[in-house]
Design a binder for this molecule. Structure first.
Ligand code: CUA
Length: 157
């Protein structure tokens, strides 16, 4: 049987594509991967959140100078605490974890937007110069009342 030259060429191209796809998938599975969340905060056992010193009492802590720490637990379908207040001209480091399923912690109008994965502590730092009010919401679908999952961040003078 005589295969036309074009067919041979396309056969070769198809083989290269198939090998390429397999290589891509393999690289994705075993390669360095992409860090979806800032995992600087380390890991945590979702069952022992209440015993963890960072999350047994959620809320804002003054660390010193203009630095604050906000420890927040996400769960279906709320944040604990649901309202956070920090002074203007402060630098706030957020530590957020989830008690149940994957949520997000998104402060509307800022670049604070992280996935919140059970077992992980998402950490991010932001500066708040001006007084203002920001909505906090969940961007990851987390069940029936996902759309009601919200909080509030107050930056007070
Ligand atoms: Cu939590 Cu959507």
């Amino acid at each position: 049987m005589n295969i036309h030259t074009y067919e041979k060429t396309w056969l070769a191209v198809a083989m290269v594509l198939i090998v390429g796809f397999i290589a891509t998938v393999t690289y994705g599975a075993v390669g360095p991967g992409i860090a979806m969340i800032d995992d600087d905060g380390g890991s945590i056992d979702p069952d022992t959140i209440n015993d963890d010193e960072r999350f047994s009492e959620t809320g804002v802590t003054h660390v010193g100078g203009n630095e604050y720490e906000a420890n927040i637990v996400a769960q279906a379908w709320s944040y604990s605490p649901s309202e956070i207040t920090v002074p203007a001209n402060s630098e706030v480091t957020f530590y957020v974890t989830s008690r149940d399923v994957t949520h997000s912690f998104t402060v509307v109008g800022t670049n604070i937007n992280t996935m919140v994965v059970p077992g992980e502590v998402s950490q991010m730092t932001a500066e708040f110069d001006e007084p203002g009010e920001y909505g906090i919401l969940c961007n990851e679908y987390c069940g029936e009342y996902h759309h009601t999952m919200e909080g509030k961040l107050n930056v007070v003078p």
